[in-house]
Design a protein around this ligand. Structure first.
Ligand code: SAM
Length: 295
């Protein structure tokens, strides 16, 4: 692989200017790459999916710890760079692949187990990437991901803060999230403007919070609808979601009354806003909505 400190030289030699639109901020310090890889708690029998191989800074320590690495890289130039130099460790399979278009069933099959993902991610894809993980939560074991600090803060945010929102609640519904390591801009070339944080996401059974099963798709719809206008009350956002339009024959006034009753049945005041509810309250809302929708 590219020697640390040679990052700029390798890029120059290969005419590979870092592409801003692909979020190419490469790790330049070996000890730091080792520390990030260690956050993965990788075992020797693990098959790891690495998203965004770049110049291979993180691939090397991951490959030292894992049985096999399936590396995905969207940049054709970088894939060619590694193919020509044959510089990645032998237990790495490099694929030219956009993670947002990846077939998770196929990755699951190749991994022969629930997916273990490591990634130093570009800011531009962090949100769609996280939602892709949530969508594929049943195929996920864990993901250890480096994110822009502001994105990481959203994942671990508490209710009643400006960072708390849809990704916080939906991720918490299917996983535990822990911030493990903060990295300064000087660890990368080119240097990003702000700090990065390594976050460990461990996926859990869907009912891991309350122990009771609930309709996850309905929870997702309620959360998205409730946060669609953060400044509005639950009554206003959730009635605008028209959950009971069939039961009320499209009568919006009746729909609003029914929505108010259902929110209150969940033990929640209809004048509250989404940002003050914790996950358990969203799950209570989901139970109350399910019960009403089944009548
Ligand atoms: N892992 C390397 C490191 O730590 O130095 C590179 C990290 S760099 C922040 C992000 C990498 O992800 C780049 O190599 C970029 O080309 C790649 N990338 C960006 N979008 C991608 C996508 N949608 N799918 C796969 N790789 C992507």
């Amino acid at each position: 692989m590219t020697r640390y400190g040679d990052t700029r030289k390798s890029l120059r030699e290969e005419n590979l200017a870092p592409k801003k639109q692909l979020g190419q901020n490469f790790l330049v310090n070996k000890a730091t790459a080792n520390a990030v890889a260690n956050c993965g708690k990788i075992s020797e029998n693990d098959i790891i999916i690495e998203v965004g191989v770049g110049l291979g800074a993180l691939t090397q320590p991951i490959a030292e710890q894992a049985k096999h690495v399936i590396g995905l890289e969207i940049d054709r130039g970088l894939v060619r760079f590694h193919n020509e130099r044959q510089d990645l460790p032998e237990n790495v399979t490099l694929l030219h692949q956009d993670i947002l278009k990846a077939d998770f069933d196929e990755l699951y099959r190749q991994s022969q187990a629930k997916l273990k993902i490591m990634a130093n991610l570009p800011y531009s894809i962090s949100n769609p990437f996280l939602f892709t993980l949530i969508e594929n939560r049943e195929k996920m074991d864990w993901a250890t991901v480096m994110l822009q600090k502001e994105v990481a803060d959203r994942l671990t945010a508490s209710p009643n803060t400006k960072q708390y929102g849809i990704p916080t609640v939906l991720l918490k519904s299917c996983a535990t999230v822990q911030s493990l390591l903060t990295l300064k801009p000087k660890e990368f070339h080119p240097r990003p403007k702000i700090d990065s944080v390594v976050v460990r996401i461990e996926f859990k059974e869907p009912n891991h919070v309350t122990g009771e099963p609930y309709d996850w798709f309905l929870l997702q719809k309620i959360v998205r609808t409730a946060f669609s206008q953060r400044r509005k009350t639950l009554l206003n956002t959730l009635s605008a979601g028209n959950f009971f339009s069939k039961q009320c024959d499209g009568d919006k006034k009746r729909g609003k009354l029914l929505t108010k009753d259902v929110i209150n049945q969940a033990g929640i005041k209809e004048s509250l806003r989404a940002e003050v509810l914790d996950l358990e309250q969203f799950i209570n809302l989901t139970h109350a909505f399910s019960a009403q929708l089944e009548t």
